[in-house]
Design a protein around this ligand. Structure first.
Ligand code: F0G
Length: 454
């Protein structure tokens, strides 16, 4: 059969409240044109993030009842640790309440004033944790990764020539090299096995540890299976294992590719670093056998990790984004190609050339999507990345709008509805206006800034 169906049945449902365009217009104004400020009950299709929004399976809910809430030595931790180690070849697994806590612990130990940390593209919390420690974060993705229309199969790859030049200059001040897989901020694009190997080789040459931000590791592994000929007959767990065998450690948000609503971990091979991390963990998260989590959360993650590497699930997962990208292209809406794993990225700068980057074309699309169809999406562009450490403002490399898909939550008719909303917006796009910021915080401004339409 050619139709790729959702490989699950629905056992529990959550009603969606349908609203009118008039209603949404005033709700958006009340939220100061920042959809992060909307009540989720006022949203029809919530594509703000794929993080923590997955539908859990019956097996996960059932595992939750096995959660042992002991302060120390819980069997839930043992099951969590085994599930992580079955997939990922790391010695020490330190549970945290989410990915950014793992980043915070890692960078509070290895980063600091005067240091430099390169990545293909740091995600916003990673960058912020690095900068808070006094270090500088650098993005060295391949040039194709910055061209939304380029069809390179692994647009998340690190530019290894630039990395070599970078290390020749900053090597002695580089406590680690990071690789984000898939490359969320750059369009959910995968990193190839060959690139992971090449980065690892450079890391070894300069004697610098390599850490992988592995939030969407299963999607990345499946892209490798589909696009890197050598791996077409490999199982997904074997590909995952090989990807991480090149690294010295990883940070992880279990809210993505572990189907959990909360959770994360820091995994390392270095025993001394692990000990320091556990001490820090006790200070800010909790005892090393639960981190910042309840025993039941550890159980949900352990079961989720078994489900995430299922090829039928991953086939459906990658088809969701590819399906919408095909339909948007047919409407002549510029999108990041090829389709990424967890999200569809609309190139707002190219779609709305009448709105200059410093008037936030991405935010304009985000607002219109909500008004027109009650769809909540997220700007990944000049609002998110435009503010410089010295307080000035610059256009980000791209102005994208991310439609991120919660795992196992929406169906094909939801996808068709999203396409219909874009069809209607296309007809009105000349009238879409830019915005200006009327109030912004000192960091991570996209979450809480207030806007006004120009
Ligand atoms: N790294 C990447 C690549 C991420 O996408 C995220 C979160 C994190 C780290 C931090 O993990 O949320 O568990 O603390 N990304 C979410 C998103 C928030 O919407 O893309 P966390």
């Amino acid at each position: 059969m050619k139709t790729i169906i959702e490989p699950f049945r629905i056992k529990v449902v959550e009603p969606i409240r349908l609203s009118t365009r008039e209603e949404r217009k005033s709700l958006l104004a009340e939220a100061n044109y920042n959809p992060f400020m909307l009540e989720s009950e006022d949203v029809i299709i919530d594509l703000l993030t794929d993080s923590g929004t997955s539908a859990m399976s019956a097996a996960q809910w059932s595992a939750i009842m096995q959660g042992d809430e002991s302060y120390a030595g819980s069997p839930s931790y043992q099951r969590f640790k085994k599930a992580v180690k079955d997939l990922l070849p790391f010695e020490h697994v330190i549970p945290t309440h989410q990915g950014r806590a793992a980043e915070h612990i890692l960078f509070s130990l290895i980063s600091g004033e005067g240091k430099h940390i390169p990545s293909n593209t740091h995600f916003d919390t990673t960058r912020s944790n690095i900068e808070e420690s006094g270090a500088t974060a650098h993005d060295l993705v391949i040039p194709e990764g910055l061209d939304p229309a380029d069809l390179h199969p692994f647009k998340g790859n690190m530019d290894t020539d630039r990395l070599r030049e970078f290390l020749a200059i900053h090597g002695s001040e580089t406590p680690c090299i990071m690789l984000t897989i898939t490359n969320n901020a750059g369009g959910g694009q995968p990193v190839s096995m060959a690139n992971i190997a090449a980065v690892s080789e450079l890391a070894k040459e300069f004697d610098i540890p390599l850490y992988i931000d592995g939030c969407r590791f299963a999607e990345n592994a499946f892209f490798i299976k589909l696009r890197e000929a050598e791996y077409q007959n490999w199982t997904v767990p074997d590909i995952v294992h090989k990807m991480f065998s090149y690294a010295d450690g990883m940070t992880m948000s279990a809210k993505k590719d572990a189907f959990a609503n909360i959770g994360g971990w820091l995994a390392v091979n270095d025993a001394q670093l692990a000990e320091r991390a556990r001490t820090r963990l006790i200070q800010i998260e909790g005892f090393p056998t639960y981190g910042g989590l309840a025993g039941r959360d550890l159980e949900a993650i352990a079961q989720g990790l078994k489900e995430i590497v299922d090829e039928n699930y991953l086939t459906y997962r990658l088809r969701t984004t590819a399906y919408i990208v095909e339909k948007l292209q047919a409407l002549a809406i510029p999108v990041v190609q090829p389709a990424g794993g967890h999200a569809v990225f609309v190139d707002a700068r190219a779609w709305l050339p009448h709105i200059p980057p410093l008037e936030y074309p991405g935010q304009s699309v985000v607002c219109s999507l909500y008004e027109m169809g009650g769809i909540r999406a997220c700007e990944i562009g000049t609002v998110m990345f435009g503010r410089q450490p010295d307080g000035s403002e610059q256009a980000a490399p791209m102005d994208l709008v991310r439609l991120a898909f919660p795992r196992r939550v929406y169906t094909q008719s939801h996808a068709d509805y999203i396409v219909e909303v874009f069809t209607e917006l296309s007809a009105e796009k000349e009238g879409m206006r830019g915005l200006r910021i009327t109030k912004e915080p000192a960091a991570l401004r996209h979450f809480t800034s207030r806007f006004e339409r120009l």
